[in-house]
Design a protein around this ligand. Structure first.
Ligand SMILES: O=P(O)(O)OC[C@H]1O[C@H](O)[C@H](O)[C@@H](O)[C@@H]1O
Length: 314
């Protein structure tokens, strides 16, 4: 079992004394995870550069979710249902899962932490279901960041439940106007800025010059986020998560958010592996798995000569 050779992780106090776990690999690669929200707040490469965006105004205080990093949206994405925006997993206290069930295929990666969320009595009043949500966060030897969610229906009343889900990933970018996203062109999307109306994306890679809030449907399992100025490309790979959300609040919405700096929209982009259009339904005893893997590829690979075919299908 992979857990037997697991590298020990550091447990420290983060902002406002909230518990945080740190994973380290290589020279300077690291990942930081708050138990509050099961929330990744930092991912650094081998040069110690931060790859995720966290707002300088983020409020590390329940019940507000941390603005930035990778909030977990469960059991509801956004306002697609009657629960609070993005569900409640992002503002609950998760626990370390000391004895997670093994994964069917063993991984050789040793640096990871297992978290678990189960409903409290209060949660059951809001969403009347029993579940075990296991989240494994792994830092690969090359600095890649993998999140695997396993959600099991543990209802004893024989009832199925349905949920929507997203890894609401905030990437750090040099300048949003220099960023291009490849892998979503020609797809249908629901536009949250047009009352979730359905449109079809043009054939070109996506660039940014105003507010964007779209849910791309049945997206490829590989999406590239190309930062021309930083000369680096993030590659997002997903499994079990058909949709992909792209969000940037732009200037007006940025000003309206108390936990977000007025100009910070220039330095972030959310690209989120998600399951939204077709909710996941689990019968008692059934388990769903959803994975998001992030890698960052070096400048020479992405400056001008980027071959989208290679990035997306290679
Ligand atoms: O402010 P939050 O609740 O964290 O949501 C931030 C954003 O998340 C998603 O990307 C949604 O598509 C947006 O409509 C929403 O504004």
């Amino acid at each position: 079992m992979a857990t037997s050779s697991k590298v020990p992780v550091e447990h420290v106090k983060g902002v406002n004394g909230l518990e945080k776990v740190i994973l380290r690999e290589g020279r300077k690669c690291s990942v930081e995870v708050y138990l509050y929200g099961g929330h990744v707040t930092s991912w650094k490469n081998n040069n110690g550069e931060e790859l995720l965006f966290v707002s300088s105004k983020a409020i590390f205080k329940p019940p507000k979710a941390i603005r930035g990093g990778i909030p977990i949206c469960f059991p509801q994405f956004s306002s697609h249902g009657s629960l609070e925006q993005h569900g409640f997993a992002r503002n609950r206290f998760w626990s370390i899962d000391t004895d997670p069930p093994p994964f069917p295929t063993n991984t050789t990666y040793k640096t990871f932490v297992d978290l678990i969320l189960k409903p409290s009595e209060e949660d059951i009043k809001i969403w009347p279901h029993s579940y075990e949500f296991r989240l494994r966060i792994t830092l690969g030897p090359g600095g890649d960041l993998m999140l695997i969610s396993r959600i099991r229906n543990t209802n004893l009343d024989g009832k199925p439940f349905s949920f929507t889900f997203a890894y609401h990933t905030y990437f750090s970018v040099s300048d949003i106007s220099e960023v291009r996203v490849e892998g979503l062109e020609t797809l249908d999307y629901l536009d949250n800025l047009e009352e979730k109306e359905r449109f079809t994306e043009q054939g070109d890679a996506i660039t940014f010059e105003s507010e964007v809030d779209k849910i791309y449907l049945s997206a490829l399992n590989k999406i590239a986020i190309i930062d021309h100025e930083k000369k680096r490309t993030f590659v997002l790979r997903k499994e079990g998560l058909p949709d992909a959300v792209v969000w940037n609040p732009w200037d007006k919405k940025a000003k309206a958010m108390a936990d977000f700096g007025d100009d910070e929209y220039k330095h972030m982009l959310c690209v989120e592996a998600a399951a939204i259009e077709k909710p996941i339904t689990l019968r008692p005893g059934e388990e769903w798995k959803g994975k998001q893997e992030l890698i960052v590829v070096p400048s020479s690979y992405c400056s001008g000569q980027l071959d989208p075919q290679r990035v997306l299908f290679g």
